[in-house]
Design a protein around this ligand. Sequence first.
Ligand code: PSU
Ligand code: MN
Length: 309
Amino acid sequence: MHALLDLHPDVATALAARRPVVALESTIISHGMPWPRNAETALRVEDEIRVHGAVPATIAIIDGRLKAGLSREQIEQLGRAGHAVAKVSRRDMALLVARQGTGATTVAATMIIAALAGIRVFATGGIGGVHRGAPLTFDVSADLQELARTPVAVVCAGAKSILDLGLTLEYLETHGVPVLGYRTAELPAFFTRDSGFAVDARMDAPSDIARVMQAQWALGLSAGLVIANPIPPEHAMPRERIDAAIAQALAEAKAQGISGKASTPFLLARVTDLTGGDSLASNIELVLNNARLGAAVAVAFAGLPREVA
Ligand code: PSU
Ligand code: MN
């Protein structure tokens, strides 16, 4: 066990018995959705994972300790604090640990802690990516670099079109990250089921995904994988509506000079406001959908015969 890491007792028991565990991030709670729906959703997502046969491990840094598995009170604390809590990506981790601070982990930081704990499957809403305008701003999410180096499979609904999805896929290709579509040949664009961009392969069963994960790591390739799971059709947003909200949020961010780590939380909050509650409802449904697939993939992965070393 890593000296800085605390496993929740349920997570420790499951990992010791090689039972399926699914990691969950906490920036989606503090910076991805408004209170109180954020904490409510995080708790529902955990239940969804339990119902589907796996143990949830929501990840954060609390008082300088890396946590895999939070209490209800800790989840509510992060949800209530919202943007007041630190958003922690790879470069922020050492500082927070040294100061014994509390922070919500992005996809990148969650992957790091999941890998330390021995958790191979992680479910969330959307990953960070290459921002529109990145050729000038250099704003490329640390999530992509983490996917390139840390062996965790991330189940998501693709990425929001606040990002440049084409450049995001180019980056993942360059860095050797397989992008698998669950029952789709197209990268989903978070609120909508398609983007016009192809994934590397379509997978129709969680067991097929688990075998690709096993092969990736058996080959000694240390990268993670993106498992792209489209939002259920009944919860998808009309494309024109979401595109208009995203265009306005991007224009406001530019006008206000928002940059760096503030950029994604600003855009997420503006898109939620501009579409009223509708995009939030879609967001919640797609996260629950990803929790179900994450649990199924973790169950399938745990059931594979152990690799021969
Ligand atoms: N995209 C979403 N919801 C989110 C995030 C991204 O649709 O909550 C969060 C995730 O925690 C992701 C982070 O890891 O934003 C990316 O931030 P940045 O672009 O600053 O790397
Ligand atoms: Mn960024």
